[in-house]
Design a protein around this ligand. Structure first.
Ligand code: OAD
Length: 261
């Protein structure tokens, strides 16, 4: 049962989404919490547990990719990060599924995610920009091409790009690493094109992702947040739906599609 405030805000949000010409979503770790993947910040967050990585991480990788990969392969072999198992177990939750359905019905035109877990694609979303990469892919630092991780054996380290021989790293963007230009270009173009942005499950403190809703807003677009807590973006949002993504997103989708009135 939704409280009266949330129910009223949901009606307003559904009307705004219905009226919009080009709706884009921006998602963060909160959308995958109900799939069993920990967020980064706040209680139970990965950075809360281990501390935020160093901004020098990417520099360290490029200085000695082989040493980085050797240490990573050893970490995986010895299962030093129990959270990695959560990714293997995770399944798309009702929020991922509702966003995929909104794309299928032509309401949602693009989805930008900061998540690297691949759950939006597994739920059926197709028009996705993974602005922080994808943990199941490797990316060449020379030519930028991406490859499925399962195609590599990691016997020779660092792994090398099959076409160009460049060093491969995880597609996941490291601290201190620039966002891959193709992803950033698409994300900005989609945010500028949108006249409504659904911002789901992000603290909105990491840039440049956090600036994307402001591009939509500067163009006169409506910003709708789904988050059980306030975020750095809340004051810039036109509507804030206070609740878990797995509950609120399907409710919103059902209202937009006219399944509930
Ligand atoms: P954060 O961990 O910073 O924030 C998670 C957000 O999800 C918070 O605002 C929570 O209130 C919210 N939340 C928690 N449970 C939720 C639920 N069930 N439904 C909806 N929202 C919920 O995660 P991000 O904002 O995604 O970057 O973090 C951004 C970036 O910081 C990440 O992509 C990562 C990290 O450093 C890189 O690693 C490059």
């Amino acid at each position: 049962m939704l409280g009266p405030d949330l129910a009223r805000t949901l009606d307003l949000a559904a009307a705004a989404v219905r009226q919009a010409r080009y709706v884009v979503a921006l998602t963060g770790a909160g959308v995958s919490v109900e799939s069993g993947i920990a967020p980064f910040r706040g209680p139970g967050g990965i950075w809360t547990k281990y501390g935020e990585p160093s901004p020098l991480d990417f520099k360290r990788f490029t200085a000695d990719p082989r040493a980085w990969w050797e240490s990573r392969v050893a970490d995986e072999r010895e299962n030093r990060r129990p959270e990695w198992k959560d990714f293997e177990r995770a399944q798309p939750n009702p929020a991922h599924i509702a966003l995929a359905r909104l794309e299928l019905t032509g309401v949602l035109r693009h989805l930008i995610t900061q998540n690297v877990d691949g759950l939006h694609a597994r739920a059926g979303s197709r028009r996705i920009t993974e602005i922080h990469g994808n943990r199941y892919r490797l990316r060449c630092l020379d030519c930028g091409e991406r490859f499925p991780r399962h195609e590599f054996t990691f016997e020779q380290l660092p792994p090398r790009c099959p076409p160009c021989g460049g060093v491969l790293k995880f597609d996941t963007v490291m601290f201190g690493e620039p966002i891959p230009p193709d992803a950033l270009r698409t994300a900005r173009a989609e945010a500028l094109r949108a006249d409504c942005m659904l911002v789901v499950g992000t603290s909105a403190v990491v840039h440049p992702a956090a600036e994307l809703p402001m591009l939509t807003r500067q163009n006169g677009g409506v910003i709708i947040e789904i988050n059980p807590e306030e975020s750095a973006l809340t004051r810039a949002c036109h509507l804030s739906l206070r609740g878990a993504a797995g509950v609120v997103t399907p409710e919103l989708a059902a209202l937009v599609e006219g399944v509930r009135d």
